[in-house]
Ligand binder design. Structure first.
Ligand code: NAD
Length: 437
């Protein structure tokens, strides 16, 4: 078959209107812009630079064509957005999901700028994604798609330019393929081009657990401030993957009862506390929490009504909205996911005195250990897991404490406080660097 006779899509992948041509009323990027506007009054003279934060530095849309196993060719839409590089190279994950849009990737890249500045790692913010349901691909198709995508975005990524990492539906294997593809194109092994790699390829001990560990660490710190005992509290978690699963394990180890979990396929409940290690095994075998024998199944929607002390959204964005924020029966929300709470829901939580620990600090543990991985790759000298975990906990505790102080000082939410700290750092760097030319 010559290329002219190939269909533009094949198998399970019908041609789709590119996301950037679809109407996108508010969308995640619109939510991010609202968050930036809320912080402007607190930036002093740096507010004159605020437009910098409202424009992604660079947004690349790439076509990712691959041969499917059935002999046809499918085209996928891929993105890499570098939101801001004032403080250092771009840094942020790559998401494979059928609903990924340019607006979402732009927002995720911007939140990475804020997050990296909030924990003071020397990075700007970036993010990437492919609009695909990877569960429909064979392993070979997934590898070909990952490699072609990496090659297409290869013109803007690199160890000192922009360093991708795992996100939803991407993992260590995908990072290994990305590292290999970039290295093949460069002609030399460049381990520092991605983080979240397998340990045998320059990955870091503790990286896989880092985001969940960070969620747990800030959860413990925040709980102290509102008089909540971690060893007796009830936790409900949406998403039981890398972030939700590890957070569940650490909360359970600390004595909390994980009473409800919802994932893509359904939701389960056990008021006495789920057996988290068994549930992790169940998910490894069955791919979902559904069917776990030591729990009762509940309706997906009923998950939002579960009485708990801590709610951890750790799946996708825009899950807590005007429609369900009034139903939440928790004292604190810790955002494991990126962008799970809409501004309207944020306002409702503030009125209802439910503390929200925002994504831009709560899930920063992943990028913090990614930073450690990148540093270790540059020096080719690797640290022990204890050293990594203790450095991670110290950075997360210090960052949380600084943000708590700013929230008290200005009487603002933790989200606005985190944005104040982060935006000042980014805009101060921008001011020092000035504009070229
Ligand atoms: P993952 O792919 O390991 O797990 C995702 C989980 O969400 C799975 O349990 C899946 O079943 C569930 N899920 C998917 N669609 C759902 C739906 N519609 N309703 C309910 N549950 C659904 O992904 P992850 O790495 O754990 O990432 C989860 C979130 O955390 C994302 O928002 C990601 O951007 C964010 N995050 C991840 C990291 C990291 O290091 N992995 C770092 C920072 C932020």
């Amino acid at each position: 078959m010559n290329s002219a006779s190939h269909p533009t899509s094949g198998g399970n992948f019908p041609a789709r209107i590119p996301s950037y041509l679809q109407s996108d009323n508010l969308g995640p990027w619109g939510i991010y812009l609202q968050q930036v506007d809320r912080v402007a009054p607190y930036l002093g003279h740096l507010a004159s630079w605020i437009e910098t934060l409202k424009h992604p530095k660079r947004a690349l849309i790439v076509d990712v064509p691959i041969h499917l196993d059935n002999g046809t060719i499918a085209h996928f839409e891929g993105y890499r957005v570098q939101h801001n590089t004032s403080r250092g190279p771009g840094k942020g994950g790559v998401r494979f999901h059928q609903d990924v849009t340019l607006s979402e990737v732009m927002a995720l890249a911007a939140w990475m700028s804020i997050k990296n500045a909030a924990v003071n790692v020397p990075y700007g913010g970036a993010k990437g994604g492919i609009r695909v349901d990877p569960k429909l691909l064979s392993k070979g198709e997934l590898e070909r798609m990952t490699r072609r995508y990496t090659s297409e975005i290869g013109i803007i990524i690199g160890p000192t330019k922009d360093i991708p990492a795992p996100d939803v539906n991407t993992n260590e294997q995908i990072m290994a393929w990305m590292m290999d593809t970039y290295s093949m194109n460069e002609g030399s092994t460049a381990t520092g081009v991605v983080t979240g790699k397998p340990i045998d390829l320059g990955g870091s001990l503790g990286r896989r657990e880092a985001t969940g560990r960070g969620v747990f660490t800030v959860g413990v710190e925040a709980a102290k401030h509102i008089g909540l005992d971690i060893d007796t509290c009830r936790v409900a978690i949406q998403g039981f993957g890398n972030v939700g699963g590890i957070a569940a394990k650490l909360f359970a180890q600390a004595g909390s009862r994980v009473v409800a979990v919802q994932d893509h396929a359904g939701a389960i409940y056990n008021g006495g506390g789920l057996d988290v290690p068994s549930l992790l095994n169940h998910v490894m075998v069955h791919g979902t929490v559904v069917g776990f024998p030591k729990a009762e199944p509940i309706e997906r929607e009923a998950f939002w009504d579960v009485e708990c002390d801590i709610l951890i959204p750790a799946a996708l964005d825009q899950q807590l909205t005007q429609a369900n924020a009034n139903r939440i029966r928790a004292r604190m929300v810790i955002e494991g996911a990126n962008g799970p709470t809409t501004p309207e829901a944020d306002d409702i939580f503030q009125e209802r005195n439910i503390l929200v620990v925002p994504d831009v600090i709560a899930n920063a543990g992943g990028v913090t250990v990614s930073y450690f991985e990148w540093v270790q790759d540059f020096s080719s000298f690797f640290w022990s897991e204890d050293e990594i975990n203790s450095r991670l906990v110290r950075i997360m505790q210090d960052a949380f404490s600084a943000i708590w102080q700013v929230a008290k000082e200005h009487q603002v939410t933790l989200r606005t406080a985190t944005f104040i700290v982060a935006c000042k750092r980014i805009l101060h760097a921008r001011e020092l660097r000035g504009l070229y030319p």
